[in-house]
Design a protein around this ligand. Structure first.
Ligand code: ZN
Length: 338
């Protein structure tokens, strides 16, 4: 049977150069590819072969049939092409092609990564499934903390030694980094996070965060302030003022939130800034000593700062997007604007 197939293969190569019109192409199709054609017969024969031969013969037979199909497709395209060429009206406008572009979220992640790379931060990609140690315990979020509730967190079902969950923030990246690398550590860790929330204009079950960490000896609050200010001005606009307000996070002490001047109303007060003249853009603070304890770093020797940016929220502010669901509806009219 192999001999026959080899012979057909040679015939096919010859036929390729001989077919010049639709009539001979149709003959070709009838001879090789139709229901009563050569390949149908060969495949029937193939079924009766002993199992030991089937592997080798099957492979060559399939290859040869694909070759015939490709020759047919290629010839039928070029023959029909020739025909329409002569009918073509050269005064018609040219065809345009729609090109894709990066999604707004991807663009923003690229921007943020580029900004932090300029000042020596590397990028760390964590995992979306964490256990309670990384997501909560090591980040000073004790058992009774409300965010550990089933109402807020997606826990994985199954019989595991530990309780696994979809990370609720990208902050566990801090713990992975400090457990695996020696300071100085300077990295951002962007990614998806998951919350068990009712979906609304302000909330989704999945969104993106970019966390960051800088740990070394003698890192001070001034370093934090300078770094956050640099980011805000690069991302939102060079001339804008920023300010820090005291806040609370379990894993930083002291903690702060950074605001940037509302450039939508020139700080006069508008609906987006809730008439304060300021837009809240990120949370940050000095790494809490209890976090250093959890990863066995000496808080007497090392200090550091951490920060977290909610990506969709920040973009909603930057582009005045009223509903968080718009990011993921794939409406081309929305996507085209960016
Ligand atoms: Zn405003």
């Amino acid at each position: 049977m192999l001999d026959i197939i080899e012979k057909i293969k040679a015939d096919l190569e010859k036929a390729k150069n001989l077919i010049k019109d639709n009539e001979s192409l149709e003959e070709f199709r009838l001879k090789y590819l139709s229901r009563k054609g050569l390949f149908s017969t060969l495949f029937e024969e193939f079924r009766t072969l002993p199992g030991s031969e089937k592997g080798k013969v099957g492979k060559i037979l399939n290859e040869t049939k694909n070759l015939a199909q490709n020759i047919f497709d290629m010839l039928s395209e070029s023959l029909s092409g020739n025909k329409s060429d002569s009918d073509e009206d050269y005064s018609l406008p040219g065809k345009t092609f729609n090109t894709g572009s990066k999604h707004l979220i991807t663009q923003a992640l690229d921007d943020i990564t580029a900004i932090f790379r300029k000042i020596g931060f590397s990028v760390y990609e964590g995992t979306e499934i964490e256990d309670e140690f990384y997501n909560f315990d090591a980040l000073n979020t004790p058992d009774y903390h409300p965010s550990r509730d089933m109402q807020d967190t997606f826990y994985l079902k199954g019989d595991f030694e530990k309780r696994y969950l979809l990370r609720t923030h990208t902050t566990p990246g801090q713990i992975h980094l400090m457990k695996n690398y020696k300071p100085p550590i300077r990295a951002i860790f962007p990614g998806k996070v998951f919350r068990n929330e009712a979906i609304s204009a302000r909330a989704l079950g999945m969104f993106h965060q970019v966390d960051g960490l800088f740990v070394d000896t003698n890192v001070t609050f001034t370093d934090l302030k300078g770094t956050m200010d640099f980011f805000a001005k690069e991302f939102f606009g060079k001339g804008l003022k920023t300010r820090l307000r005291p806040s609370y996070f379990p894993f930083t002490e002291p903690s702060a939130e950074m605001d940037v001047e509302c450039y939508l109303c020139n700080s006069k007060g508008c609906r987006i800034c809730k008439y304060t003249g300021w837009l809240e853009i990120l949370g940050c603070g000095m790494v809490d000593p209890s976090v250093f304890d959890a990863v066995n770093l000496d808080p007497e020797k090392y200090s550091g700062f951490a920060f977290g940016i909610g990506l969709e929220r920040t973009l909603m502010i930057r582009h005045n997007i009223p509903d968080i669901r718009m990011f993921y509806e794939n409406d081309i009219r929305f996507l085209k604007q960016f």
